[in-house]
Unconditional design. Structure first.
Length: 336
C-alpha cells in the first residue's frame, strides 16, 4: 500500500482528528508496527471522551496497514471511507448530552443560525402566556414548549411544512381534526391560532407520560406514535437503545429541540438575545367582534371600522382565505 495515497491519508486524518499525517505516515512506523500499536493506544486514551477505539493490524508488505476500529465497523479490506459514514458512526458513540452540546455549538457559532434562533425566540415571546398556561396544566417546562415551537414553526402562525403540518406547533391536519378536535374546513383552520398550543402541548405530554421520558415523547411527536411505540417495545426506553433505530430526521429533531431547550434555560450563557414582544393576547383583549353581513368583504369591514386590513388579519389568524368570508361569520376588529 502506498502510504502517501490520498484516499488513505484522508481516512487516517479523519480518524485521528488532526493528528499530523507526517507522524502516521512515517516510514519509521511502517518499519516498526509495534511502536505504532503503542502510539495508537495513547491516541485512543486521548480520545476516550468520544469512546472511539482504534487498533492497527500489520498485514503483508503488499497491503501495509489497515486501521480496524469501532468507528469504521468490521473493515476487513482497505477501501476509501466516506467521511459522512465516519461522522455517522462517531455520532453513534455520543451520549444525548454530547449530541445536544454539539448542536448548540453549531447554532451559536454560525452567525446565520444564531440570528435566526434569536428572531424565532423573540417572535415566540408574544405567545408566552399561551405557552406558560399550557405547560403548567400539563406539568411541563414552558421552555420545552418554546423550544419545540422554535424548531417546528419558528414562531410563525402560518409556516406550513411540506407534509402539511401548520400552526405554532406544526400539527398535522388529521391529528388536529380527529384527535384534538380542531376545526379545519374550507374557511377556517384552528391550527393557525395560538390557542392551538393547548391541545398541542396536551398531545405531546401524552407521549412523554407513555414513555416516561422527554426524548421518546419528542420522537413520537415527530416520527409518529405507532412507529416509536414499536421501536421502544423492541429495543428499550433508553436513548442509547433507540437512537440508532429512529429515522434520521426524528433523531435530529430530538437533538435540535433539546438544544434549543438548553439554550432557553440560560440564554445569556450562550450569548443569545431575546427581544420580548408585546403579548398577542393583549391585541385580542383590545378588540371587538363584527358579524359579517351579506355583501361585506374583509377589506370593506376594515374600512367601516377605520382600521388597516393587516391589523385585522393579525387577530383573525384562523381564516384561511381573507377573500372568502361568509355571512354571520365572527370577525375580530381592533378597537380604536
Amino acid at each position: 500500500m502506498d502510504l502517501n495515497n490520498k484516499k488513505y491519508s484522508n481516512l487516517i486524518a479523519t480518524l485521528f482528528f488532526g493528528i499530523p499525517l507526517s507522524i502516521v505516515m512515517s516510514t519509521h512506523y511502517y518499519s516498526h508496527p509495534g511502536k505504532l500499536e503503542r502510539h495508537l493506544e495513547l491516541w485512543k486514551a486521548a480520545y476516550s471522551d468520544i469512546k472511539a477505539t482504534a487498533t492497527a493490524k500489520f498485514l503483508d508488505n503488499s497491503k501495509g496497514y489497515i486501521l480496524n476500529s469501532d468507528i469504521i465497523v468490521n473493515s476487513s479490506e482497505l477501501h476509501p471511507v466516506n467521511k459522512k459514514d465516519i461522522k455517522l458512526n462517531l455520532e453513534q458513540k455520543l451520549s444525548l448530552e454530547q449530541e445536544v452540546d454539539n448542536n448548540i455549538n453549531k447554532l451559536i457559532t454560525n452567525q446565520v443560525e444564531k440570528i435566526g434562533l434569536e428572531k424565532a425566540f423573540s417572535r415566540i415571546s408574544q405567545y408566552d402566556d399561551y405557552i406558560t398556561n399550557a405547560a403548567s396544566k400539563n406539568n411541563l417546562d414552558d421552555n420545552l414548549i418554546t423550544a419545540l415551537i422554535a424548531r417546528e414553526s419558528k414562531g410563525l402562525l402560518r409556516n406550513p411544512s411540506h407534509k402539511g403540518a401548520n400552526g405554532l406547533m406544526h400539527l398535522m391536519p388529521k391529528t388536529a381534526k380527529h384527535e384534538l378536535g380542531l376545526t379545519i374546513d374550507k374557511y377556517i383552520d384552528e391550527r393557525l391560532s395560538p390557542d392551538s398550543v393547548f391541545p398541542g402541548v396536551k398531545y405531546l405530554n401524552k407521549f412523554i407520560k407513555e414513555h416516561g421520558n422527554v426524548f421518546a415523547g419528542l420522537a413520537s411527536y415527530n416520527g409518529g406514535p405507532t412507529r416509536i411505540r414499536r421501536i421502544v417495545r423492541e429495543n428499550g426506553k433508553g436513548w442509547e437503545d433507540i437512537k440508532n433505530k429512529l429515522p434520521h430526521e426524528t433523531k435530529q429533531y430530538v437533538v435540535e429541540v433539546l438544544s434549543r431547550y438548553k439554550i432557553l434555560k440560560d440564554p445569556k450563557k450562550y450569548n443569545i438575545n431575546i427581544d420580548q414582544k408585546p403579548l398577542y393576547s393583549e391585541k385580542i383583549n383590545n378588540s371587538g367582534v363584527h358579524i359579517v353581513k351579506s355583501g361585506e368583504t374583509f377589506n370593506l369591514i376594515a374600512k367601516k371600522h377605520d382600521v388597516k386590513p393587516s391589523s385585522m388579519k393579525e387577530i383573525n389568524p384562523t381564516i384561511i382565505d381573507y377573500s372568502k368570508i361568509y355571512v354571520d361569520q365572527k370577525i375580530r376588529v381592533p378597537r380604536t
